[in-house]
Design a protein around this ligand. Structure first.
Ligand SMILES: [Ca+2]
Length: 389
C-alpha cells in the first residue's frame, strides 16, 4: 500500500481542525452564539479542506468569525447599555407622567376651589347687596320714625298749650276780664310779645322763646355779651332793664306777678366758653313781692345737667348794691359780686355778675352758677306748668 508522502501533515491538519472545531463550538455555545449556521459551514469546510491554502482561508474565516463574535459581543453590550438606558428613561418618563398626573390633580383641585371661591364671593356680594338694601330701608324707617317723633312732640306741645289756654289761663283771663295773652299764644315762634297781667297796670313787652326748649317760654333774664350793665340799684331791678333783643332783666315786680299767678317752671341754660351747654330746671319757681323783699319763695324739684345752683338761694331775699339782704354781716354780696341776686353767702351763684368776654380764672364778681364760671351766655326762662300740683 502506497501512502501519500504528506500524510502526516494531513493528519496533523485534521487533528488541529477537529480540535479548533471543538474549541470554537464550546466557545460559541458558552457565549450563546447567534450564528450556528455559519459555524457549521466553516467546520464542514475545515473537515473537507485538504490544502494549506484552504486552511489559511479557513483561518481567515475563523478570524473574521471571531471578529464578528467580538463585535456581536460589543454590540450586545451596547444593546444592553442602550436597553438599560431606555429602562432608565422609561422610568424617568413614568416618573414625569406621575408628576404630571399629580399636577393635573392639583390643578383640578385648584380649579374646583376657584369655583367654590367664586361661589362664595357671589354669595357674599349678594349678602352685602341685601345688607345695603336693608340699611337703606332702615335709614328710611329711622327718618320716618324721627319725623313721627318730632310731629308727636309738636302735637303734644300744641296740646299742652291748648290745654293750658283752655283751662288755667283762660279761666284766669275770664275772671280778670283781661284778654288772653302770653307766650303760650305765640306757639312755635320766638318773638317779642306785649302782654298784660294782673298786678301790673300797663301792658309790657316780653321775649317769647321757642328755641331753647320748646314753645311757650318767657325769657326773664339774658346775658350775651356784656353790652348791658347789670350792676344796678333795687329800683332798676324792680322795674327791669336792658334790651329784649340783647341783654335784659324782666324786673322783680313782673316776676312776682307772673309766678304768683300760677305754678311756673324755671329753666336756666348755661353756655360756656368751651362750647358746652348745661341746663338746670325747677318745677315750681315763685318770687315773692315787695313785702317779702322779692324773696325766692320756692324752686320746687330740681333736674338737669348743671348743678343745683339755687340750692343755697331758697328763701333768701333779693340783694342789690343798695339793698343788703344777704346772710353776711358787714358785707354786701351784691357789691362783692358786682351783681344782684338772692344771695345767701357770696361767691356761689351770680348770674347777674360782671361779664368777662373771655376765659378767666375763677373770680367772685364774674357770672357764676354753683361756683362754675367761664359762662358765655345765660338764659333764664319761665313757663306755666301743665300739671299743677
Ligand atoms: Ca350783708
Amino acid at each position: 500500500m502506497h501512502l501519500p508522502s504528506n500524510l502526516p501533515l494531513i493528519i496533523l491538519i485534521l487533528f488541529f481542525g477537529y480540535l479548533f472545531k471543538e474549541t470554537l463550538s464550546q466557545s460559541l455555545q458558552n457565549d450563546d452564539l447567534i450564528f450556528p449556521q455559519m459555524y457549521n459551514e466553516v467546520a464542514t469546510e475545515i473537515e473537507t479542506t485538504q490544502s494549506s491554502e484552504q486552511i489559511k482561508t479557513l483561518q481567515s474565516s475563523i478570524d473574521t468569525l471571531n471578529n464578528i463574535i467580538l463585535e456581536t459581543r460589543a454590540d450586545r453590550a451596547s444593546l444592553n447599555e442602550i436597553k438599560n438606558q431606555m429602562v432608565e428613561w422609561h422610568n424617568i418618563i413614568v416618573s414625569i407622567e406621575l408628576k404630571n398626573l399629580e399636577a393635573d390633580n392639583r390643578l383640578k383641585t385648584q380649579l374646583d376651589l376657584g369655583d367654590i371661591w367664586r361661589s362664595y364671593n357671589e354669595r357674599i356680594a349678594k349678602n352685602e347687596a341685601d345688607l345695603e338694601k336693608l340699611r337703606q330701608e332702615n335709614e328710611i324707617l329711622q327718618r320716618q320714625a324721627r319725623n313721627d317723633a318730632i310731629m308727636i312732640i309738636e302735637l303734644n306741645e300744641k296740646l299742652e298749650t291748648q290745654t293750658l289756654l283752655s283751662s288755667e289761663c283762660l279761666k284766669w283771663f275770664q275772671q280778670s276780664g283781661a284778654q288772653p295773652s302770653g307766650c303760650l299764644l305765640v306757639g312755635q315762634k320766638t318773638a317779642i310779645l306785649t302782654i298784660q297781667i294782673p298786678g301790673i297796670q300797663d301792658p309790657f313787652s316780653v321775649l317769647c322763646d321757642a328755641d331753647v326748649k320748646g314753645p311757650g317760654w318767657t325769657v326773664i333774664q339774658r346775658r350775651l355779651d356784656g353790652s348791658v350793665d347789670f350792676y344796678r340799684n333795687l329800683s332798676d331791678y324792680r322795674m327791669g332793664f336792658g334790651d329784649l333783643n340783647g341783654e335784659f332783666f324782666i324786673g322783680l315786680d313782673k316776676l312776682h306777678q307772673l309766678t304768683m299767678f300760677q305754678q311756673h317752671e324755671l329753666l336756666v341754660r348755661l353756655q360756656f366758653f368751651n362750647g358746652s351747654t348745661q341746663f338746670a330746671s325747677y318745677d315750681n319757681f315763685i318770687v315773692g313781692g315787695e313785702q317779702q323783699d322779692f324773696a325766692l319763695l320756692s324752686i320746687g324739684e330740681f333736674s338737669g345737667s348743671a348743678a343745683n345752683g339755687l340750692l343755697w338761694n331758697l328763701n333768701r331775699k333779693y340783694t342789690t348794691r343798695d339793698s343788703d339782704k344777704d346772710q353776711i354781716i358787714n358785707r354786701n354780696c351784691a357789691e362783692d359780686c358786682h351783681g344782684a341776686w338772692w344771695y345767701s353767702f357770696c361767691g356761689d351763684t351770680n348770674l347777674n355778675g360782671k361779664y368777662y368776654n373771655e376765659m378767666i380764672s375763677r373770680r367772685e364778681d364774674s357770672i357764676m352758677w354753683a361756683k362754675s364760671h367761664n359762662i358765655k351766655v345765660v338764659d333764664m326762662l319761665i313757663r306755666p306748668k301743665l300739671n299743677r300740683s
